[in-house]
Ligand binder design. Sequence first.
Ligand SMILES: Nc1ncnc2c1ncn2[C@@H]1O[C@H](COP(=O)(O)OP(=O)(O)OP(=O)(O)O)[C@@H](O)[C@H]1O
Length: 551
Amino acid sequence: MSQQNITVAIRIRPPLKNELEKTSEIVVKGEQNKVILDNLDSLEFDYVFDQQSSQQYVFDTIGINIIESFISGFSTSLLAFGQTSSGKTHTLGLPDIALCKQQEIPENSGLIPRLINLLFQKTQQISVKSLKVTYLEVYNEQIRDLLSPQQQQVQIKEILSNASCNKMIQITTPQANHLQVQTAEEAISCFVNGGINRATAATKMNSQSSRSHALFTIYLEQIQNGSIVKSKLNLVDLAGSERQSKAGAQGVQFKEMISINQGLLTLGNVIKILSENNGAHVPYRDSKLTRLLQDSIGGLSKCVFVACVSSSAYNSEESMATLKYAARARNIKNCPVKIIQENNDDVIQNLMIENRMLKEQLEQASFQQIMPSPTLSSVHNPPNSELLSAVEQVSMRYALNNEYQPAQLLDQFQSYICNQILSRNLQLSVTEEPQSQSLQLLLKTCAFLIRQTDKSQIQQTMCDQLDVEEQMLFNQSMIQPPSVQQLANKLKTLEEYYQNVENQTPKIRVKSGQVKLREIKYSPKEIVPKEKVVKQNQINSPKVLPAVKRK
Ligand SMILES: Nc1ncnc2c1ncn2[C@@H]1O[C@H](COP(=O)(O)OP(=O)(O)OP(=O)(O)O)[C@@H](O)[C@H]1O
């Protein structure tokens, strides 16, 4: 298992109006990957975004890598932290919720909508099994589901992939609403709608201060080399640490502030212990926030921290504290692993479905290849013209000599064809064909079956249905097949002939492996019994093929 340090980026925001009212002094600046402090000390990070860095630039620098690693199958976490009003929500979310209803990602929007957009573009290149989202908040030490109508409470469940190794713990929240999303718009709308339910309030520091830690999580299941790979993308907007004196928190807000600071304090302790890497106990269980982040920080995921700070001297102490945390976090090592689900019922079931779909596609493709369109042209060049013409000649002889009624003859053909279809378990989605096309359909089906059937087998099947004399004629026609043009002419004539007895023509209806012959509408007295035909044959034998009657 290879270890990987947490990536840490710093985002410095310009001074806000309330800060400028106090002082115009700037004490935190960015220069390449360094933060330059007022006292000329500098701290190095993986990335530093200064006051001028645009939302697009931040996304291009860290966002694209996050999606690449997530899509390749690694769980990945992005956490924004910093004091209240330092720019966490601005960096992650949408400053103006109304804008996100639009199709295009607005220029001012933060990382989450951009990440979602890129993710859905990238999912075209992989085999996605499912994509779901959850949106939770930790408010006053309760985990609430922002995607449920009453923001119901949910519990944490951990999965131990390897009990001997803390790093193999996976954190799950099975009671939370896991909403299936098909498009970027759906996912963004979950983020926006859940965000509306999130606890916010106006404080002295921020008119829209987040009073809870929020976790928007995307769960991806994909198929890689026949196995299911499960990964999650945790997008975490932490509530900002705040000072009672500056934020002016009272009553409910004071209670919220204590809870926010408690969660952040535990997070700070977790970061400190993990960064020291001396085997000390990591107090994940001391807060709901750190429990939820257990597999993200020092766990199985890849992890990116974005520490947000103000550039203003008015908040220099808070910015220093944030930068200190961020510097520590850089030392934390995670062990990113792919969670692969192998050889279980789910995988087998999945592969069986995939297999069945492929078989159906293959059958459909070969069927369409043989019968490209429902016109006579496909019969002009039948796949096995000798056999088709043989079958058809017998059909013509019967039809023109009136030895069998056309409907009766077609019935015989249909039984044969249907038996073939059933024995091969083929599915022909042919329903409600117009009457005039029923012959074409029949002959095309013959062509298809002939292609599929062993030559001797079809000959045998035909012969089984014929008298000795008829067999002789059939065999003769097999030896001297007509040309394709002759065959086409015959088919045309035959089609015209059958159009005259349109109402008597039964129809093939084959769907989902079931064969239904429509009720034959001709009068029973028109049917010539087989015994009579045989008798007639005995008197008038031998017979020759008649000339084709044309209209
Ligand atoms: N990089 C930036 N450029 C311009 N304005 C910014 C930037 N970052 C934040 N702001 C502005 O600062 C204000 C506070 O930002 P934001 O609400 O994102 O802070 P926060 O850290 O999420 O605060 P809280 O923890 O209280 O929720 C907002 O008005 C926001 O538009």
